[in-house]
Design a protein around this ligand. Structure first.
Ligand SMILES: [Zn+2]
Length: 430
């Protein structure tokens, strides 16, 4: 199918184009085939009028736990370790594959409606998550959450191998299977070494929580005489294919290790603030040359999956804490939600910017809104003024997933009803 998006303001996030310009976008099957003038040979099957709209790459949620949406607003205002051990882990022990499927579908509905075309999940029953990805049409890196302390025979490692064999590059290439050890404080050394070896063997990304809370870091110094980042580096886990979620409490030495190894940092400002974990020195990491991507974390520590909110917060909180309005300029924030996310997920050759030859993962925003006019600066508009609900069109891999504010690939109402029933049942099981 050939789609023409006509006369639209374009934020491509590619250095090959001006940061904002007006033009046309042509899509044929899965790919962007031109940007700019419409070739005379292009006969579109569908034409979308770009009036009052901005086109930009689909946003990338680089760190989340999708089915945790079932626990949205279930346990709040608690410290990280109390929240995990007393509230979250007991419920997670009761999760069934059906719970995961519907929780994930609920989250996918939220992601699509807020302009997100790719996500990176670390959770359980990734075979079920893959079914949801296949049906809904989004793109995802899927990492079965590996908790070493709960996996004495390391059967989780074999599970990931099987997932890779069965599902890597499934759903027209939209699924990437990766290795996701939860954290250094839940995975013993020998287990982490196995995870690192598996990621190298399969040549896939590795996704882990690092230095999220002050308590975690001080325990690491107590047990190993070094920070969590230094510990996983010693075990050979840091590399250009590795992403560390959070990295809130980092030393100069930690930042240098992240830079030197090419490790990406996944920044989750809402979660860090809500769990009282503190402030990640993002501008410092960017200055050092570290790739920083943006995530929401799970919906029970946020409590939504809205990347527009994360962008807004990321920009503001860094300026406020540093007492520097030039910190984290809007374009840097947009990069974190798009091309930097694609780099972290290892899919930047495919998506993350609007460029000829890349897959057509794109969103359109309606700027004919009181809170978006006048349009002096569309980059600032995206980060400081836009709301997730301004997104009114979403395409992933060349397929239209959302149009006229309707999800086209599944019945959103059925998913909302089913997920609500399942969430109540899940809580009643504990
Ligand atoms: Zn997380």
């Amino acid at each position: 199918m050939k789609v023409l998006i006509k006369d639209i303001e374009i934020i491509s996030m590619s250095p090959s184009y001006p940061s904002v310009f007006k033009g046309n976008i042509g899509i044929e099957d899965q790919n962007i085939v031109f940007i700019g003038e419409v070739p005379s040979t292009f006969n579109a099957d569908k034409v979308i009028d770009g009036m009052d709209h901005i086109a930009m790459p689909g946003l990338i949620n680089a760190h989340t736990h999708m089915a945790m949406s079932l626990l949205r607003n279930y346990a709040d205002d608690l410290p990280l370790m109390t929240w995990l051990s007393e509230k979250i882990w007991p419920v997670e022990a009761k999760l069934t594959s059906e719970d995961i499927y519907y929780g994930t579908m609920l989250s996918i509905a939220e992601l699509i409606k807020s302009g997100c075309t790719s996500f990176r999940d670390m959770y359980f029953h990734m075979d079920e998550v893959a079914k949801a990805v296949e049906l809904s049409g989004v793109r995802a890196n899927l990492g079965e959450g590996l908790i070493g302390v709960a996996d004495p025979d390391a059967s989780g490692i074999d599970k990931v191998r099987n997932l890779y064999r069965e599902l890597n590059l499934a759903a027209d290439g939209r699924i990437v299977i990766e290795v996701a050890p939860h954290a250094p404080y839940t995975c013993p050394e020998a287990y982490l070494i196995k995870c690192g070896a598996l990621a190298k063997d399969l040549d896939v990304p590795l996704h882990i929580h690092l230095s999220e809370s002050r308590f975690e870091v001080s325990e690491s110094y107590k047990n190993f005489g070094m920070s969590p980042i230094q510990k996983v580096n010693e075990l050979g886990l840091l590399s250009g294919k590795t992403s560390g979620a959070h990295c809130v409490h980092v030393s100069e030495e930690d930042i240098e290790l992240l830079r030197k190894t090419g490790t990406s940092v996944l920044y989750n400002p809402s979660s860090n603030l809500k769990l009282g974990n503190g402030f990640a020195p993002i501008q410092k990491m960017l200055n050092a040359g570290v790739n920083v991507a943006l995530g929401t974390d799970g919906a029970s520590s946020n409590n939504n999956l809205n990347l527009f909110e994360e962008m807004h917060l990321a920009g503001l909180v860094n300026k406020g804490i540093l007492e520097d309005p030039t910190a984290l300029p809007a374009y840097e924030v947009l990069k974190m939600a798009t091309i930097n996310g694609a780099k972290a997920l290892g899919i930047d050759e495919t998506v993350g910017s609007l460029e000829v030859g890349k897959k057509a993962d794109l969103i359109l925003l309606d700027f004919n809104q009181a809170h978006l006019l006048p349009t002096h600066d569309l980059i600032s508009l995206m980060v400081y003024s836009a709301q997730a609900s301004d997104v009114d069109f979403v395409m992933c891999n060349g397929k239209i997933l959302y149009e006229n504010r309707q999800i086209l690939t599944f019945d959103e109402q059925v998913i909302k009803e089913k997920a609500s029933i399942i969430a109540r049942d899940l809580i009643s099981r504990i």
